[in-house]
Design a protein around this ligand. Sequence first.
Ligand code: PAF
Length: 277
Amino acid sequence: MQIVQDSGQLSNWKGCALIPTMGALHEGHLSLVRAAAREWSGPIVVTIFVNPTQFGNQNDLLNYPRTLEHDLEQLRPLGIAAAFTPSVEMVYPTDHQIWQPPLPPVAMTPQLEDLHRPEHFAGVAQVVARLVDLCQPQRLLLGEKDYQQLRVITEMVERESKRWPGLVVEGHPTIREPDGLAMSSRNQLLTTSERPRALGLVTALQAASAAETAAEAESRMTQILLEHALHIDYAVVRDATTLQPITSHQQPSRALVAAHLGHVRLIDNLATDFGSA
Ligand code: PAF
């Protein structure tokens, strides 16, 4: 595994499978690397870059866990071609403007993350576009935990098919702790007393997937999040593709939640199926 800070060498791995991360790697990220290794015969490149432009809140950026040495230790046995760990100056050079891709509607209209983190998807789209331009992958692997992000990037890549011909975005299922908590770099920021309350998110989603209607799912989720003393940003059922409110129970749908515990904000989601009820 080569550790690359400069873009010069990246042309060696053109056509790779790319896994963009902000580091603080956990089993969710490592499972993406293993999936790429199983399904892809070409080189695999993992990027580790805490992207300042996607954090609205400077404290959130400062508190974001940074564990580069441990991240590289975890990647070494997995047989990837390269870990790309660029500096902020490499990704955002001061002498020229970095392209800001136009955002698809799913980044602006659902009133989910777009409402609660207004600058977030512009920053995510910009950094992912920049990393794709630099690494020129054929596959882009992302987890489903940040579900709206997955939809935003999928639609951005579809719209930019001339810029990135043949690039395919693959979403992979969320990896969970044994008790169900979705793996997230932010889990490290939870205190011992907050950790059990964080299970409110997955308990709420499981209740939503057992509900018979979207309205029942939303009301059960709200009740369970409040019982866990969580401050709710949203607890909704949406169309699985557009993230708009559903108009029929036959549509593939997704329950999505976001809530705060102290200074940590957690999100999670689960597929729902009311069609067979
Ligand atoms: O999901 C993340 O970790 C980040 O948003 C991403 C996709 C690596 C862009 O910085």
